[in-house]
Design a protein around this ligand. Structure first.
Ligand code: FES
Length: 64
């Protein structure tokens, strides 16, 4: 699903970037340019970022 129309960024692209270390909105903006034009995708991007971070923590062996 497209999250950022201005830059053609999908939720999968965001999740992949988070897995590779872009764990803040600033880093995601630097890597994918999300939120850097009209800004309408910021709220949605944040939700995808937070859900992915929760998923990573829950999958971590330390959390188990
Ligand atoms: S929709 Fe992402 S910057 Fe416009």
């Amino acid at each position: 699903m497209y999250i950022c129309i201005c830059h053609g960024v999908t939720d999968n692209k965001i999740k992949h970037a988070v897995e590779n270390g872009a764990v803040t909105m600033k880093l995601l903006a630097q890597e994918l340019k999300v939120g850097s034009q009209c800004g309408k995708c910021c709220k949605c991007t944040k939700r995808v970022l937070n859900n992915k971070l929760i998923e990573i923590v829950e999958e971590s062996p330390v959390a188990a």
